[in-house]
Design a protein around this ligand. Sequence first.
Ligand SMILES: CC(C)(COP(=O)(O)OP(=O)(O)OC[C@H]1O[C@@H](n2cnc3c(N)ncnc32)[C@H](O)[C@@H]1OP(=O)(O)O)[C@@H](O)C(=O)NCCC(=O)NCCS
Length: 161
Amino acid sequence: MDVIKHEIEHEAELSRAHWDLLLDADPWLEAVLDYLPPTQAEAEMFRIGKPKNPYAICVIVPIADGYEIKNIATRTIMRRQGMASALITHVLELAKMRGVKAVEIGTGETPGVMGNAQIRLYEKLGFKRDGVLKGFFSRYPIPIIDNGHLLRDMVMLRQEF
Ligand SMILES: CC(C)(COP(=O)(O)OP(=O)(O)OC[C@H]1O[C@@H](n2cnc3c(N)ncnc32)[C@H](O)[C@@H]1OP(=O)(O)O)[C@@H](O)C(=O)NCCC(=O)NCCS
């Protein structure tokens, strides 16, 4: 596989295109607003692509001993080119540079479905399963369907340095 170098920028302003990406990864607006400023003043966003035309973004917030990646999404036509991997790698490097202990990321898990694509991707990047938030998606006002499966639980993955 060719490794393409993706330039990553620290994001300051949200455009409509950012919102399309944010809501693609997490379709409940209230949940997204919960981890963005002003609610989460310390949230940071990283972008690949142009300021008003992002190809991929991710959002991190501080947790007790590091950061949690709260949202990550790549535009459908830009997927499988390593952009999410590049953003996650950037967050891991930044976390190490800032001297924190860990980075976490959560994703939906469907009982009986062995490892969805997101979990495989995160495990490939060094994350390990660290618990399940039972019924996490059941509190959403709309059913969250991933690849034809109704999501109920969120699996948390964690990487320590
Ligand atoms: C999950 C998501 C963010 C991944 O984004 P991406 O930019 O396509 O991710 P990457 O390209 O880094 O990796 C994805 C896959 O492409 C493969 N890949 C990476 N670069 C590649 C390349 N140049 N050629 C072919 N495949 C490649 C990776 O190996 C990985 O394969 P795997 O799924 O078999 O492990 C994207 O699918 C998405 O936005 N989904 C909708 C929102 C979402 O679900 N967000 C996560 C919520 S937890």
